[in-house]
Write a protein that binds this ligand. Sequence first.
Ligand code: KIV
Ligand code: ZN
Length: 515
Amino acid sequence: MSNDPLIIFDTTLRDGEQSPGASMTLEEKVRIAKMLEQLRVDVIEAGFPVASPGDFNAVKAVADVIKDSSICGLSRALDKDIEAAGEALKNAVAPRIHTFIATSPIHMREKLNMQPDDVVENAIRAVKKARQYTDDVEFSAEDAGRSEPEFLFRIVEAAINAGATTINIPDTVGYTMPHQFGDLIRQLIEQVPNSDKAIFSTHCHNDLGLAVGNSLAGVLNGARQVECTINGLGERAGNAALEEIVMAVRTRQDVFPCDTRIDTTHIVPTSRMLSRITGFPVQPNKAIVGKNAFAHESGIHQDGVLKSRETYEIMRAQDVGWSDNQIVLGKHSGRNAVKTRLKELGFEFESEVALNSAFKRFKALADKKHEVFDEDLLVIVSQTSEKEKKAIYSLVFSEVCSETGETPEAHVTIEVEGKEMNAKATGGGPVDAVFKAIESVVNSNTELKLYSVNNITSGTDSQGEVTVQLEHDGKIVYGHGAHTDIVIASAKAYIDALNKQASVNDRSHPQHNSI
Ligand code: KIV
Ligand code: ZN
């Protein structure tokens, strides 16, 4: 069996970020991009540059620093989109422009209001225009899963003739079954006369829980690029999960005639980092990266695993980045120990200033907590202080009185754009009182949609990790806070969400705006 390269195209920063509430700041995107580079992802889709100045700058910032992965910018089949992508990718070592247009009857009729001939013409024009900026051009037939195969053959042939080097076949609405999606890829490769001039790619959404199954069916039928995201983040039910694709192909080399160049030991740290940054928790039973993915609860399984690991384990936890070395540091540990352990977890500091600031937070935590675990360290580095983020709001002080039989009362001091403001409020419980006190200063007009607390590690001295979801005018933001005191963690999470809400910019959505 030949071992073709299977290209991993990660779209966490573009399709993943389209997931409501998952928006990331420029610094957060650069941090994730660096993790993806260490993971040895082949192509990083960094965003949709024309969407807003913020998106443009983020793609540019990623393109400026990443050297070992190609950087891709998305564009509709419009000159202004392609020009913005070309400009944002100017400094990339290996730039790719990804241009797309919808090809299903329903999308062409209802969204584009265009005739099929015009769609083909636009695709050709867009690919040619993109080729003026780079030789690496990807063309996607949006909603290919519901497109007429004959029309797909025609537009794909035209796109390749115009210069597309990758042809992406999205199951945009997660509608196809694995055997259908596999057949579609096979037919395209067989029927399109110039198919040997391009790499065929999958891009499957998870609406029926089949994103990974469909992508793998595509690979078995000749696709040599898979588009995917860390933790399966993405619109609606998400995308194909990178970790599942990579580990399925790596574990079943008896089935797949190809393999990726991914360094799988960085999978878990990257997953955790993304979860911390976006506030989207990873479900415990999630394959590969869930807390229970390698836990053996039942007595029979434990017995089997102790006798021979392979009785119940098909992969090794260490190979995907789970570490046995859980207790790492304590209050006597120095800066170098913190830096070294974080490096082992895949995180590198950009500057001495960033290391010093993280070390300060480490010391503060180690004072309260006996043992600092890997999870604690990742929280420390994923939550840069409000000041570093140049946030509008930051928590200066909070105090809550909560006694049996008495109504809890909270006092808070919040810095609002450099000015300290005090407030107090009562509430049904201590967290409610703190949120009301914060609101009496901020008056955000948001609705609290979700509040959840998880312990980051075990033990009553663990940090509590609080996630809140706020909604305002249909826009959703998540906030995240961690502290050994869960009331303070709650206040931090609420303020984090308010800051995100204040910075949510108006950007256009690539697939909701017709051309
Ligand atoms: O799901 C989709 O069709 C997309 C395209 C823009 C590739 O994300
Ligand atoms: Zn998509």
